[in-house]
Design a protein around this ligand. Structure first.
Ligand code: SAM
Length: 329
């Protein structure tokens, strides 16, 4: 079990499979991209599979989400998913992706055992997409979403980040689009995780603003709070339901007290929080011949020291040195 000293148990593992991405979203990285991790530093497919197995078999992980960077850029993704699906107890397996390439990969990933998917979509306007993601790929993302639904990945969730004066007028249109297509939309407050360290609290579009914008067009009723559990999204029924919309208010309404997540970076570091300032190396011991039990013990120690909160709202908050793309969102 992965328990911390505040009584939380981590059962949800987020695994970053690469820090590379084929988009350059403004809230994540600069237009020129980043110095990507050198290949020898990345966990191999076998190493990922082994650490995921240790997490599931020895540490009580029940959900595995593959992310990045852009996980669809990882060649061995389908096989990694298949190996995860062979584990017992069988974890729930999900993927967070920008959707580019899903028209080709959604079917094979579903067949490999992928259960659910989250696709990032911040705008429906090609021009805004070009500005925000600095690539002209909106049609690929929309086609990817359709392919995910077609492949039977359910529910298809959409993640949207709103940025002031860029796409902050799109809360309503994005929700309408998702309702029309049967996707479940969640807005994520922009967090201080960009590689450029340009995040400014005053510029952030807050959950309150997003909900106010939606309420101008839709009737929102809080979904049963008893159902929320450790889910980061506060959920609302739209126009009486059953369709729902979520808001992940990591900054203005933090939910650290119910956090059940732990992260493994693409280079084999355990992070007990997105905003952790320290990491615990598993790759070194793994390559030096550590046993499963030794790896599990190291992992337990890494989670045991998790802080009570992410600290974004503390005056002394310092943004992590590693950007979201390396940590795995
Ligand atoms: N490339 C994949 C994608 O686009 O979904 C997976 C990785 S991405 C880092 C995972 C999620 O984190 C995306 O939904 C993205 O919008 C979100 N994200 C990235 N940077 C963020 C930030 N600074 N604040 C809030 N969400 C962010």
């Amino acid at each position: 079990m992965l328990a911390d000293s505040f009584g939380r148990i981590a059962t949800d593992l987020r695994v970053s499979l690469t820090d590379r991405c084929n988009l350059r979203c403004a809230y994540c990285m600069p237009p020129e991209g980043l110095d990507w991790l050198p290949s020898p530093e990345l966990l191999t497919d076998d190493e990922v599979a082994r650490l995921v197995r240790v997490a599931v078999e020895l540490l009580g992980i029940r959900e595995v989400r593959f992310t990045g960077g852009e996980p669809l850029l990882r060649r061995g993704l389908a096989r990694i998913v298949a190996r995860t699906a062979e584990l017992r107890p069988r974890p729930e397996i999900s993927l967070t992706t920008n959707g580019i390439g899903l028209t080709r990969t959604a079917g094979p990933l579903r067949a490999s055992g992928l259960d659910r998917i989250n696709v990032s979509l911040d705008t429906l306007r090609p021009e805004t997409f070009r500005k925000l993601a600095r690539r002209d790929r909106l049609p690929d993302v929309l086609d990817g979403l359709a392919a995910a639904a077609e492949a039977g990945l359910a529910p298809v969730k959409v993640n949207a980040v709103l940025m002031r004066d860029l796409n902050d007028a799109e809360a309503g249109p994005l929700l309408r689009y998702c309702l029309d297509h049967g996707y479940e939309l969640r807005f994520i407050e922009q967090m201080p995780l960009d590689a450029q360290h340009e995040w400014k609290r005053a510029e952030m579009v807050t959950a309150g603003e997003i909900l106010a914008a939606l309420e101008r067009e839709f009737t929102l009723t809080p979904d049963d709070p008893g159902k929320r559990g450790s889910a980061p999204a506060e959920a609302f029924l739209v126009n009486g339901g059953p369709a729902r919309v979520g808001v992940i208010a990591s900054v203005t309404r933090p939910f650290c007290g119910t956090c059940d997540r732990v992260r493994l970076t693409a280079d084999g570091q355990v992070r007990n929080c997105l905003f952790a300032r320290t990491e615990s190396d598993l790759r070194g011991p793994l390559r030096a011949g550590a046993t499963d039990t030794e790896l599990a013990e190291r992992w337990r120690r890494a989670v045991a020291v998790k802080l009570p909160g992410h600290g974004i709202n503390d005056p002394s908050f310092l943004q992590p040195d590693r950007p979201m793309s390396a940590i795995g969102g």
